[in-house]
Write a protein that binds this ligand. Sequence first.
Ligand SMILES: *[C@@H]1O[C@H](CO)[C@@H](O)[C@H](O)[C@H]1NC(C)=O
Ligand SMILES: *[C@@H]1O[C@H](CO)[C@@H](O)[C@H](O)[C@H]1NC(C)=O
Ligand SMILES: *[C@@H]1O[C@H](CO)[C@@H](O)[C@H](O)[C@H]1NC(C)=O
Ligand SMILES: *[C@@H]1O[C@H](CO)[C@@H](O)[C@H](O)[C@H]1NC(C)=O
Length: 179
Amino acid sequence: MKEIYEMGGRKFAFQNVGPLGCLPEFKQQYNHSGGACVEVLQAITSLHNSLLSNVTVELQSQLSGFQYLIFDFFSSLNDMINYPTKYGFNVSKIACCGIGLYRGSECGRVKEYELCSNPNEYVFFDGGHASERANSILSNFLWNGGSEFTWPLSMKQLYELNSTTAIEILSNDKLLFPM
Ligand SMILES: *[C@@H]1O[C@H](CO)[C@@H](O)[C@H](O)[C@H]1NC(C)=O
Ligand SMILES: *[C@@H]1O[C@H](CO)[C@@H](O)[C@H](O)[C@H]1NC(C)=O
Ligand SMILES: *[C@@H]1O[C@H](CO)[C@@H](O)[C@H](O)[C@H]1NC(C)=O
Ligand SMILES: *[C@@H]1O[C@H](CO)[C@@H](O)[C@H](O)[C@H]1NC(C)=O
């Protein structure tokens, strides 16, 4: 991040790591029965995300003009998984496409796999990817903000911010790529 800043980067948008332990792919790989998330994966992901959040606060205090946002992919997707009906989904613990207990793997990769009839009812399309409808809701949280899932700015606000411009960077003698 500091290298990018040195090269002139001022606006940084981060997406934190999603709830890996709740992905159908990993529940299946870890042989979890009963639908529960894999706690160890959830724990290391939370630790990473907490450190990421702390580092951005630190960078903003060190680097003049550093602007950032964090899109809390972990909490937003977790919320969809835990409260699917709030978002108009019926199914959040099993993927639409694949094989195995959670249809967690092999979507389209083997001759016979299961495919649900309406992916819009599912949070997950396959073991590792949110469905198109879920992604559309998530991208709305990212772009428009206005929820607890994107802070301290929305992507739209970050985009529209006027920061130190490329012109100023070009006139800086620390220029890395002289013209
Ligand atoms: C899950 O079960 C498979 C088949 O019994 C086994 O090979 C694999 O090691 C198990 N995975 C874990 C993480 O326990
Ligand atoms: C991040 O900062 C908060 C507030 O200072 C602190 O409580 C928390 O332990 C820090 N997280 C990590 C993973 O160090
Ligand atoms: C999902 O919910 C809708 C509306 O309540 C219902 O029509 C549909 O049959 C449900 N689908 C599944 C797979 O449960
Ligand atoms: C940013 O700069 C542009 C071009 O000078 C200007 O039109 C716009 O109003 C500025 N935006 C903000 C939020 O100050």
